[in-house]
Design a protein around this ligand. Structure first.
Ligand SMILES: Cc1ncc(C[n+]2csc(CCOP(=O)(O)OP(=O)(O)O)c2C)c(N)n1
Length: 287
């Protein structure tokens, strides 16, 4: 890794740490989908703080890249990732979360929030909509890309595969799907409910450009995947299968399905933050 790249990766790793701490603090006050927020935190950080072409001052700017959170229950991590680029103040998220007047809640909602293009939360709907947006942009000759994040449990929805078929047919090279493959779903293992593996072979057989990251919680691998996305004018949509861990980085939460959603106590929050900071310090050598 050259120096410039190393700086970028370190910046993003620090940003992910900050988002995780914000998530734990919010989870101490409000119910959030903490496990699945933690697993896709690095994906969201890299999309919002590295990949996306966006104008915070003008969220309806026609030339922006689009983002659809298909696993819409990861709204909290998305809000904090957007706050990091100036869409909101972090404090606003704490104040407004789950209130009647608020822009933020357990699912992504565009009714009051101009930084959310599509309301999601019902699994299997976001990605097909992302495909529709990508098709419209392609017809218009736009240079914008559409990013979407899908859960591995969400891949059990038939609509995901219908959207996959049609994106290949309509040659949506401007569509980039990131799968948060943490192997867990609501309260158990995805493979036990309904196996979705082998995901890479399945997407390839649907004629997609399929990339698999060994560690989807490693920002360096994610940056590399973004850097190597084919041009938007290409004819083949891309899926990046990110092998992640639900509750990543926290000993009592990692891989534990009982942390799908809920509140965290003061004591466990402190323990979790301590572990995350120690891991960051060990890897990057500073606080
Ligand atoms: C259509 C639909 N069915 C069920 C649910 C309830 N639900 C919310 S999250 C979830 C688990 C989804 O698993 P996955 O996509 O792997 O998410 P993650 O484990 O990463 O949080 C379920 C079943 C829903 N939101 N939408």
């Amino acid at each position: 890794m050259d120096l410039a790249n190393q700086e970028t990766v370190k910046r993003l790793a620090k940003a992910s740490l900050e988002t995780r701490i914000n998530l734990l603090n919010l989870c101490n006050r409000q119910v959030i989908h903490i496990g699945g927020d933690m697993s896709c935190c690095d994906i969201l950080t890299v999309i919002w703080q590295y990949a996306i072409h966006y104008d915070v001052k003008n969220p309806r700017f026609e030339g922006r890249d689009r983002f659809v959170l298909s696993k819409g229950h990861a709204a909290a991590v998305t809000s904090f990732s957007q706050a990091a680029i100036g869409c909101y103040d972090v404090e606003d998220i704490f104040k407004e979360y789950a209130t009647d007047f608020g822009r933020f809640g357990m699912h992504s909602c565009n009714l009051r929030n101009p930084y959310v293009d599509v309301s999601t939360g019902s699994l299997g709907h976001g990605m097909p909509i992302a495909g529709g947006i990508a098709a419209a942009l392609k017809v218009k000759g736009s240079k914008s890309r559409v990013y979407t994040v899908v859960g591995d449990g969400e891949c059990q929805e038939g609509s995901i595969w219908e959207a996959a078929m049609s994106a290949a047919k309509y040659k949506l090279g401007n569509l980039a799907v990131f799968i948060d493959c943490n192997k867990l779903s609501f309260d158990g293992r995805t493979a036990e409910y309904m196996p979705v593996a082998p995901l890479k072979d399945k997407w390839k057989s649907f004629n997609w450009n399929a990339i698999e990251l060994e560690n989807g919680n490693d920002v360096e691998q994610l940056v590399d995947a973004v850097d190597n996305l084919p041009p938007v004018e290409s004819d083949v949509p891309t899926v990046v299968i990110c092998n992640t861990v639900k509750g990543y980085g926290i000993s009592f939460m990692a891989g534990n399905p009982s942390w799908h959603a809920g509140l965290i106590s003061d004591e466990l929050r402190e323990k979790a933050i301590g572990e995350l900071k120690a891991a960051y310090k060990e890897r990057w050598g500073d606080e």
